[in-house]
Each structure stands twice: as structure tokens, then as C-alpha cells.
Design a protein around this ligand. Structure first.
Ligand code: PLP
Length: 426
């Protein structure tokens, strides 16, 4: 329905029927959650072989004993696997603990306290450190900045990545801008894949800060939903050509390939950065869980097998995305003010509602027993000045719950949109 072109009377009549529907949901005392990008139990079940690849007779490879201290940067088998997946040299890979977010936090707090490749520690600079935050973006990235006292500069996302005209002019002129957050393939929440041009511009742009870093969070690198999903250019290859590869820290993990929170995480970086990463990690730990890394290698086997696991994952989650997308299409297909993306991978749908309605939509959903990600979460300091972005995470609920959750959400969006239109008409 094109609500924007309805008469006041038509809007009122629609509002009354949607409110009736909403009141019936209230009576159901629902408890539904599509707030976080978590895999469902069926997805986690796919990783069941992980629990039997190791047993008391397991023979570990010759050389350093994986059951003992050592190999701070991870076992060679997992380094090789990540290197194959990302098409980078093995020596660029550091295999860390269970969480890439943890590694991102570490890399930033290390830079704050001890600098980057010999630069002044960021907390000792005469001005406040700033990061560029493409919006909408990942709330936990922004949280790291907020908690570490880093000022966030929002930059709009285009359909092919951050607006590089804005990014380039900012980083070229301000030496206190030390970093940019990027989720280059299937961004959270917009599902955007950076174009080759954006990747090239990121890799080659002039930066006023010599210790500027790209925090390249490649969490959804292989999380493809459709066969025609766009590929991502290899940023390390481009940067090497231009002598800028030290500016990249790339992060990823198997959280949404194997087990969320019990996978294996990694950082990829140039040889110079890698030497520094190893030194600093060595202050914090004697080594990560290599036994679990080996279990991962035995289960995952090769880049090809990882991709086939991801096809199985996609077969489970694609129908869930379709439920939400079909419902949005039916309800708002010709709306000018309620729009969304159709992701080809990743974990999220970004719903852009009428300006000034997202918080109210969140509140009414909550009252009806549906938790969605809080409005504003995809913006620095939780402040979306348009109050219009909502992140929808369809993977976790069962199909039945998801259908109900989507019905509730659609009803609420209709109610709040119509009320806004009526308010404007008065
Ligand atoms: C963009 C992004 N990065 C990182 C993470 C967390 O990854 P990990 O489990 O490796 O810490 C998530 C989880 O939702 C995410 O969406």
C-alpha cells in the first residue's frame, strides 16, 4: 500500500484496522527476539562433527606439540586455511582466540596505550583520537570507540561502501583521525559489498596520520546467501602495489561458520605489522587454544569445504530472509518512505523507516513482546538523527516465530507510519 498517497480518511481507516491487529498481538503475550545476528540451533548443529574429530587416540602433527605452550600465532594448518580463504600469504595470518571482536578491541587498546609501529601512543597525543564510522554500522564497533574515548565521525554509506569523497577529504586533512571501521562484504546492517573502486580508494588514499589504520572486519566474507553475490577485491593485493599494506588490519572468525563464540578468530596484517602484533600478543598470552584450532582444521579441511558448509548454512537461513523480505514487499512494496535492502549475504536486513519513527516502532514492538535491535544502535553514541534505521536479524528465531515476529513488526511499522503521516497532514 502506498500510504503516502492515501487521503486522511483512508489513513484513519487503515490505522484502526492495524491497531485492532496490534491489540490482538498484545493479548497473545508473545516473547520473540530478532535483535542479534545469532545463528539458530539448526545452524549450530551443522558443526556437530567438531565434537568428534578429536579423541584420546588423535595423533597431532609432528613438530611443536599443539597440546603445549607455543605457536603464539596459531597452528600452521589454520593459518594456511585462512590464507587460502582470503587469498593472502600465510605469513600475514595470526590465528587468535575465539572472537574477532576481542582482537579488534585488543588492537585498538594496544594502539591507545603503546602506539602503532613506534608512533606516539594515541592516549598521549595532544588531541583526541578520531575514527571514521560509516553509518549505518555495527554497534559493537562504535561501542569500542565510545568506551575508549575515541571521537566518532559518521560518514554515510553508499550502495558500494562508505562515501569515499567524504572519507578521503577527512583523512587527508586531520592527523588525529587514526582509523576507519569497515565491514567490506555484507556490511552489518546494510548487507553492502564494497566495490573494487572503494577498496582501491581505501587502500591508496592519502592520510594525514602516518599511523592511520583500516579496521577491516571481514566477518561475513564467506557468508553468501545467493549465487550471484558480489565478490570483494583483495585489499592486500592492491595495497601492496601502492606500498600501503601496513595500514590494514583485517579481522575474521569462524563464529558463523562453526560455533558462535566458540570458533577461531584471526587477524591478517603485513609482515611489519605482524611482527608488532606477535610482540604485543606475547605480553598478554603464552598462546591461544591450539587444540581447538586443530579440531577446526580437521573439520573445516579446506577453503572449498568451508564454502560448501556455507552453502548448507545459506540453505537454512535464506528461507528466513525470504519470510521477512516477502512480508516487507507485500506491506511496503510501493512505499516511498519505508525501504530496505535485499542482502546477498551476511546476517541482516536494514529497514529504513519514515524519519522520526524508529524509536516508536522499537517501543511498540517491545510492548507486544518482540525485541528488535534498539533504534539508534547502528549509529555512533546510539544517535541516529533521522530516527529511521532499524536492524532486522532473521536468523535466530524458528520459522514459526519469525513469521509471527515479522507480522508484529509490519503491523507496528504501518501504525507508526500512518500516525506520522496523519500528524504531518494536520
Ligand atoms: C560485523 C561483525 N563483526 C564481528 C562480530 C563478532 O565476531 P566474533 O564472534 O568473531 O567476535 C559480529 C557479530 O555479530 C559482526 O556482526
Amino acid at each position: 500500500m502506498k500510504y503516502e498517497s492515501l487521503t486522511k480518511e483512508e489513513l484513519k481507516s487503515n490505522l484502526s484496522s492495524e491497531k485492532k491487529r496490534y491489540n490482538s498481538y498484545l493479548k497473545e503475550k508473545l516473547s520473540l527476539d530478532m535483535s542479534r545476528g545469532k545463528p539458530s540451533s539448526e545452524q549450530l548443529d551443522l558443526a556437530a562433527p567438531l565434537f568428534s574429530v578429536l579423541n584420546k587416540d588423535t595423533k597431532f602433527p609432528k613438530g611443536p606439540d599443539y597440546r603445549n605452550y607455543g605457536l603464539l600465532d596459531g597452528i600452521p594448518e589454520m593459518k594456511k586455511l585462512f590464507a587460502e580463504l582470503f587469498e593472502i600469504p600465510e605469513e600475514y595470518v595470526f590465528v587468535g582466540g575465539n572472537s574477532s571482536l576481542n582482537l579488534m578491541y585488543d588492537m585498538i587498546s594496544d594502539a591507545m596505550l603503546t602506539g602503532v609501529l613506534g608512533s606516539t601512543p594515541w592516549v598521549r597525543l595532544s588531541g583526541k583520537v578520531k575514527f571514521i564510522c560509516p553509518v549505518p554500522g555495527y554497534d559493537r564497533h562504535f561501542n569500542i570507540c565510545e568506551k575508549l574515548g575515541i571521537e566518532m565521525i559518521s560518514v554515510p554509506m553508499n550502495e558500494d561502501g562508505p562515501d569515499m569523497n567524504v572519507v578521503e577529504s577527512l583523512v587527508a586533512s586531520d592527523p588525529f583521525i587514526k582509523g576507519i571501521w569497515c565491514v567490506p562484504r555484507f556490511s552489518n546492517p546494510g548487507g553492502i559489498v564494497y566495490s573494487e573502486e572503494v577498496v582501491r580508494r581505501l587502500a591508496t588514499m592519502k592520510t594525514a596520520a602516518a599511523d592511520f589504520r583500516i579496521y577491516y572486519d571481514n566477518s561475513y566474507f564467506v557468508h553468501v546467501l545467493t549465487e550471484d553475490a558480489p565478490k570483494l577485491a583483495n585489499i592486500f593485493r592492491i595495497a601492496k602495489e601502492f606500498g600501503t599494506e601496513d595500514r590494514i588490519y583485517m579481522f575474521s572468525s569462524t563464529s558463523k561458520i562453526t560455533l558462535a563464540g566458540s570458533g577461531v578468530a584471526m587477524i591478517a596484517a603485513s609482515p611489519k605489522n605482524m611482527a608488532s602484533i606477535k610482540e604485543k600478543m606475547g605480553w598478554k598470552t603464552i598462546g591461544f587454544n591450539k587444540v581447538w584450532q586443530y579440531a577446526h582444521f580437521l573439520y573445516l579441511e579446506s577453503a572449498e569445504h568451508v564454502k560448501s558448509i556455507m552453502r548448507e548454512q545459506a540453505a537454512l537461513i535464506r528461507p528466513k530472509f525470504d519470510i521477512v523480505l516477502d512480508a516487507f514487499d507485500k506491506a511496503f512494496g510501493d512505499s516511498e518512505t519505508v525501504t530496505w535492502n535485499t542482502p546477498k549475504g551476511g546476517y541482516f536486513i536494514c529497514l529504513k523507516c519514515m524519519n522520526g519513527t524508529a524509536k516508536e516502532i522499537w517501543t511498540l514492538c517491545k510492548k507486544a513482546g518482540l525485541t528488535i535491535t534498539p533504534a539508534g544502535a547502528s549509529h555512533p553514541l546510539h544517535f541516529d538523527d533521522s530516527d529511521s534505521y532499524l536492524r532486522i536479524a532473521p536468523t535466530y528465531p524458528s520459522v514459526e516465530d519469525l513469521k509471527k515476529a515479522t507480522d508484529v513488526l509490519v503491523t507496528v511499522v504501518k501504525i507508526v507510519t500512518i500516525e506520522k503521516l496523519l500528524e504531518k497532514a494536520n
